[in-house]
Design a protein. Structure first.
Length: 221
């Protein structure tokens, strides 16, 4: 079983509209504060978070108890301009856990499986074609990966640059995704009891592929 925590900023759209037409700089500063607090508070308890439209925030929370999660959410409430509600869900895949939010809870006792993916030689491609070219390439990969994940139950998030984070149901899903995308990619996979530790291991796998100048998939347990 996997476990996901979903946070909703209630009344966020109404708050943004109350700021008037010269509001975007205020919104962006607020979102940056929320993002920083999300990552600091949730990684400190071993969870793996990401912003999710900014008015929704999400975290993979396998094997993390509800009290720790509540305290992490409280830290987000302190910097949020509106109230924050949250729910927990468990399921056989991260996507199923997300869909079950508020209907199924527990520790999600199985290990977390996380992927960290990037594009081989994106730095060289950027020098030749410019940063917008690689950005669009990553956008295409995000769409294709999301399409794949609909059937497999994984979840896909953009980290910046050419980096993509994956909440995976099993290590096998990463190998299948690599074959499905049919591109020059690296995917590090991490497996651990706590999701953030799994992500650290995934990054180690990715870094090992980078050092060797290799494409493909590297699993770190």
């Amino acid at each position: 079983m996997h476990k996901v925590t979903l946070m909703a900023l209630k009344g966020y759209r109404e708050w943004t509209e109350s700021l008037g037409p010269r509001r975007e700089h205020i919104i962006q500063k607020t979102q940056a504060r929320l993002h920083e607090t999300l990552w600091r508070s949730f990684t400190s308890i071993g969870a793996l978070p990401h912003h999710f439209r900014y008015d929704y925030l999400i975290a993979l929370t396998n094997n993390i108890n509800a009290e720790f999660i509540r305290k992490a959410v409280d830290k987000i409430r302190r910097v949020s301009p509106v109230g924050v509600e949250f729910c927990e869900g468990t399921g056989e895949t991260p996507m199923e856990a997300y869909k079950n939010c508020g209907r199924a809870s527990g520790l999600g006792g199985e290990v977390a499986v996380v992927g960290h993916m990037d594009v081989v030689n994106s730095t060289g491609t950027t020098r030749v074609n410019g940063p917008l070219y690689v950005y669009r390439q990553v956008q295409d990969l995000l769409k294709q990966a999301t399409d794949f994940c609909r059937d497999v139950g994984c979840m896909v998030f953009y980290l910046g640059g050419d980096n993509i984070m994956l909440f995976l149901p099993t290590p096998k899903a990463a190998y299948e995704l690599h074959d499905y995308l049919n591109a020059n990619l690296r995917i590090g996979i991490g497996i651990a009891k706590r999701p953030y530790n799994a992500f650290v291991k995934a990054t180690r796998g990715l870094d090992d592929l980078r050092r060797r100048g290799a494409a493909g998939v590297k699993l770190v347990k």
